[in-house]
Design a protein around this ligand. Structure first.
Ligand code: PLP
Length: 435
């Protein structure tokens, strides 16, 4: 028996190598990584320049404590990333993953208000239908029922507003200016709590795994940011999934010209080559927090090898013009999927931006009725896809917290036309296997 505590029940194939969009297992079976793991591998697998950056940095030194030394890759990474960020004078706090980045962002927000003498501001407002991580604070902000359920007695400090989910719009009669209606609801909640108690509003620019790439209406982000600014509430854009080009622009909020106070990132920042997350404060927040003596830190924060990886990944994104490749290939892929699945009765919606694409599967297309959870439709599609040599990323519970089936696609950005066609055909084959 294996001594590994498994992530999931059942036997898994053993991966032995990976290159570009392909992963190979020990039996020689090859899979197209159409989900980049969990929408992570933006630059593709097996990048020699990133491997070289790791070994070069490790040969110099691999670990010094972030409170005792700074490091060349750390300084360079922050300097080269800064101009790409939709923020003024950004200050980058590297950590080990998305959940740590979110926890760090919450503490930054709280510390900022303390530094301003606004001691009462501690509440976090977030959305149902969101995902911000699995540590307790990040899970509390998340609005993903199946993940919250077992830990419910520990939760409920965050205040949740409705999800931004156009396919099943929670706003009455889905008004044309739906984004404005969401902003009014956010303002109502902030006023009911007392603005002097609210520290920050956190949201994914485009909803990730919980709602499968649900894109907000265009008036949403500008309207919620305006409400937050008016009430002195910091805006945290959780770009862990959307960041580093995934939606066809450098950051998800770039689609709406929004400039958050804090950005969290992870996944694509290192493309999976190192456990790297980032909490990034805009200058006015970061300086106030740093000058007040930020009470926070992790053993592995500000890591030299992690930031050397981040820097090498950043160079690959820029030199390969991969953000533009993501935008163009995203259009090809979503158009291909929409064409191929136009007549499939169980395909309710195909949505997304760039190469962050969600397919929502329903029992009845006309009524949008979801499958019952015990039918395990998303799991069945993912299993069949795997048999066909295609890796997809499933999610459940989108419709009502229990029922609702999604599969997500998020392949590496550099794709040939043949691979796009293969992804479309294998995805369609897997969905059609549901009977
Ligand atoms: N925030 C968002 C938007 C995410 O998609 C995720 C992971 O899926 C997280 C935070 C948590 O990141 P991690 O799994 O690296 O802790």
């Amino acid at each position: 028996m294996s001594h590994v505590f498994p992530r999931v029940a059942g036997a898994l194939p053993k991966a032995v190598s990976a290159e570009g969009v392909w992963i190979e297992d020990e039996g020689g079976k090859r899979y197209i990584d159409a989900a980049g793991g969990a929408i992570v591998v933006n630059i593709g697998h097996g990048d020699g320049a990133v491997a070289a950056a790791v070994s070069e940095q490790m040969a110099r030194f691999s670990y010094v404590h972030g409170s005792q030394f700074t490091a060349e890759p750390l300084e360079r990474y922050a300097d080269e990333l800064a101009p790409l960020l939709p923020m003024d004078d950004p200050m980058v706090y590297p950590v080990s993953g998305g959940s740590e980045a979110v926890e760090t962002a919450f503490k930054m927000a709280r510390a900022f208000h303390l530094a301003q003498g606004a001691d009462g501001r501690h509440k976090i407002v977030s959305r149902w239908g969101s995902y911000h991580g699995n540590t307790r604070g990040a899970l509390d902000a998340s609005g993903r029922m199946p993940l919250r359920a077992p830990y419910q007695p520990w939760l409920d400090k965050s205040i949740h507003v409705p999800p931004v989910y156009e396919y099943r719009c929670p706003m009455n009669e889905h008004p044309e200016s739906c984004g404005q209606a969401h902003a009014e609801e956010l303002e109502r909640v902030i006023e009911a709590e007392g603005p002097e108690t609210v520290a920050a509003f956190i949201a994914e620019p485009i909803a990730g795994a919980t709602l499968g790439a649900a894109v907000p209406p265009d008036d949403y982000w500008p309207a919620v940011v305006e409400v937050c600014r008016r009430h002195g509430v910091l805006v945290i854009a959780d770009e862990v999934m959307t960041g580093f080009g995934r939606t066809g622009m450098w950051f998800g909020v770039d689609h709406w010209g929004v400039r958050p106070d804090i950005i969290t990132a992870g996944k694509g920042a290192s493309s999976g080559y190192w456990p790297l997350g980032l909490a990034i404060a805009s200058g006015h927040v970061g300086r106030a927090v740093a000058e007040s003596g930020f009470v926070h830190g992790f053993t592995y924060s500000h890591n030299a090898v992690g930031t050397a990886v981040g820097l090498a990944v950043l160079h690959q994104l820029i030199e390969g013009d991969l953000v533009e490749a993501c935008r163009a290939n995203g259009e090809l892929l979503i158009d291909g999927l929409r064409d191929a699945l136009a007549d499939d009765a169980i395909v309710g919606d195909i949505r997304g931006k760039g190469l962050m694409i969600g397919i929502e599967l329903v029992r009845d297309r006309a009524t949008k009725e979801a499958f019952q959870r015990d039918q395990h439709v998303a799991e069945q599609v993912v299993r069949t896809a795997r048999d066909l040599g295609l890796l997809l990323y499933p999610s459940t519970g989108c419709a009502d917290g229990v029922n609702g089936d999604l599969v997500m696609l998020g392949p590496p950005f550099a794709l040939s036309g043949e691979i796009v066609t293969e992804i479309v055909e294998r995805t369609a084959g897997a969905i059609r296997s549901v009977g």
